[in-house]
Design a protein around this ligand. Structure first.
Ligand SMILES: Cc1ncc(COP(=O)(O)O)c(C=O)c1O
Length: 342
């Protein structure tokens, strides 16, 4: 199958599997797993943060950040289409006891002036603002890169009010590769960062959260409370090291090229509208004006050996990833043309 449902569908390479097999391990709850320790050190350095922590998933990393930064009864500001708001089962409210304040963004980016206006005052009736979250790249906005300048402006406002900033950087490396700006430059406008090893970077499991040593000390405790304190987990950290140290980061460039090639081809098929500016590895299409419903189109793509998914009521999402070749893109275009009779 040509699987374009997500970049989470990547499978570990031979090199990763070998590294897993050979990984030196210890009990990570005691801090004894050398492979985990190495991964955390590498990740902290890449992000320009004091310390990092290997966590089970992007969701767990985001939740831990919310739990460290916030107190129950506070409010968290984020963009209205943020993954943290739409797709984490209201976990921040459930676990951290906070409410979410969403702001309409443009291509995923909140206006700094809107963020400042949304920060709560000292009125006894109001919750305090406990955290500001930014998502980069922005999934729902079609893998849009939030420019570091926007992040810097929001960060400066946050600092003036003494509010921490968390970055949901599930696909931060895509933003970095697309702009040729080091991840550090994005991370410096944050107090904590989460990025996924198990998306475009191709590792099978896990995310990293990073921040100050104090943040990570507290994060480690929250990870334990959430049941995420794992033992000989170096076997899962080992492919993360390959993802960061070997070719995987640069390979994202190929995903981006494939996405552009796919978007350019789809653009010429009658009935397809591309809904996003394709900057990274995500393409959102709308086929309302075609002769097929989304369900039929997806079903027929599947009959051609191609998987994609719906993304909201009007969009189909294609996500290029390291299992996709240029030939696959040609096949997707051919099949789409056939299905839509053009
Ligand atoms: C922007 C964003 N943040 C967080 C996550 C959550 O990651 P995980 O699936 O590892 O929990 C995702 C997953 O798709 C995502 O796209």
């Amino acid at each position: 199958m040509i699987d374009l449902r997500s970049d989470t569908v990547t499978k570990p390479s031979e090199k990763m599997r070998k590294a897993m097999y050979e990984a030196e391990v210890g009990d990570d709850v005691y801090g004894d797993d050398p492979t985990v320790n190495k991964l955390e050190k590498i990740a902290a350095k890449i992000l320009g943060k004091e310390a990092a922590l290997f966590v089970t998933s992007g969701t767990q990393g985001n939740q831990i950040a919310g739990l460290v930064h916030c107190k129950p009864g506070q409010e968290v500001i984020m963009e209205a289409q943020a993954h943290l708001f739409l797709y984490e089962a209201a976990a921040l409210s459930v676990f951290a006891g906070v409410q979410i304040k969403t702001l309409a963004g443009e291509r995923g980016a909140m206006k700094p002036s809107d963020v400042e206006a949304a920060i709560r005052g000292n009125d006894i009736h109001e919750p305090e603002t406990g955290l500001i979250c930014i998502e980069n790249t922005h999934n729902k906005a079609g893998g849009a890169v939030i420019p570091p300048g926007n992040m810097e402006n929001i960060y400066q406002i946050a600092k003036r009010y003494g509010i921490p900033v968390h970055l949901d950087g599930a696909r931060l490396f895509n933003a970095s590769v697309a702009t040729q700006i080091p991840v550090k430059e994005f991370a410096k406008y944050t107090d904590s960062v989460q990025f996924c090893l198990s998306k475009g970077l191709g590792a099978p499991v896990g995310s990293i959260i990073a921040g100050s040593s104090d943040f990570i000390f507290k994060a480690r405790k929250w990870r334990k409370r959430l049941g995420g304190g794992l033992r000989q987990v170096g076997v899962l950290a080992a492919p993360g090291i390959i993802a960061l140290e070997e070719e995987n980061v640069n390979l994202l460039e190929i995903d981006h090229e494939n996405a552009k090639q796919l978007a350019e081809g789809l653009l010429n098929i009658k009935g397809i509208v591309i809904e996003n500016k394709v900057e990274t590895n995500i393409i959102l299409i709308n086929i309302t004006n075609s002769n097929k419903t989304m369900e039929i189109f997806l079903h027929q793509l599947k009959e051609h050996g191609i998987l994609a998914g719906t993304f909201g009521p009007n969009n189909i999402r294609f996500v290029t990833n390291n299992s996709i070749t240029k030939k696959d893109i040609d096949k997707v275009l051919l099949a789409s043309r056939k299905i839509l009779n053009y």
